[in-house]
Design a protein around this ligand. Sequence first.
Ligand SMILES: NC(=O)c1ccc[n+]([C@@H]2O[C@H](COP(=O)([O-])OP(=O)(O)OC[C@H]3O[C@@H](n4cnc5c(N)ncnc54)[C@H](O)[C@@H]3O)[C@@H](O)[C@H]2O)c1
Length: 270
Amino acid sequence: MEFAGEVVLVTGSGKGIGKAIATQFAQEGAFVCINDVVREDAERTAEELEKLGTKTLAVQADISKEEGVRNMFDLLFERFGTIDVLVNNAGVGDSLMVEDTTYEMWKKVIDINLNAAFLCCKAVIPVMQKKRHGKIVNIASVAAKKMSYHGGAAYTASKAGLLGLTRHLAYELAPYGINVNAVCPGATLTPLLKMSTSPAQLEAELVRFPMGRFSEAEDIANAVVFLCSTKSRMMVGQAIDVDAGELLAWTDFNSYQKYRKDRLRKFLGQ
Ligand SMILES: NC(=O)c1ccc[n+]([C@@H]2O[C@H](COP(=O)([O-])OP(=O)(O)OC[C@H]3O[C@@H](n4cnc5c(N)ncnc54)[C@H](O)[C@@H]3O)[C@@H](O)[C@H]2O)c1
């Protein structure tokens, strides 16, 4: 088991992508700290993962607050004494353009999606530097590289900022044997997406994905676990897209295929 006895913290892991990431680490023998702002979700997930035969710790904390982060790490270090892997996963969406976004909404999204990752990194850096070992993975989004399809301006800005933090920290911490990377999910079938979008809307959206399907939470978890494994030991500052080809497209896939066929017909004089 690749992560036997290693200590892993996944923020926002009570459900969705975070839960899938925490589950894969637990299956690989890691001791996993499950954080979520929703206590019941954190506790339920921790209970489920204990059944896999590993140790878990559920911590309810709002990690957009300095105090929440401090309390979470106090509990984590008290229980496990160290940390090997930090996955900054907790995130919220918004769906507004700049002109409709109040400063309060803007700050809320930036606090959860970007500032919380900064605070968690600050907490683990001294421990990882001392061990000269550690992995940090930030869960950004394809929105960081283009702009958000479901979300809004604050979301796009927060995720682009997270990639900036990833690159800077990667450079800063590489000499200590600490790998910092990011994963950029495209639309992923989590409870959040299923709740906010009707089955008909989801079906209609598939034209944006050359692979013709949405990613599942496990697809994102696979990339995270890879980035924390020895197989990726020379990778630093990367932002890996797991997006069914969404970012590759000029337009929706069906229109593009039609355009190509029309061009070919013209070329052949048909
Ligand atoms: N689902 C997608 O299509 C998609 C696409 C791109 C990126 N992402 C990113 O992946 C990550 C996980 O998304 P998801 O789809 O699983 O969402 P989700 O809403 O299912 O899960 C996010 C979890 O984070 C928790 N959380 C929110 N604010 C928190 C806070 N302040 N402190 C602690 N926990 C908090 C929530 O309670 C929730 O359990 C997010 O960063 C999101 O931006 C998701």
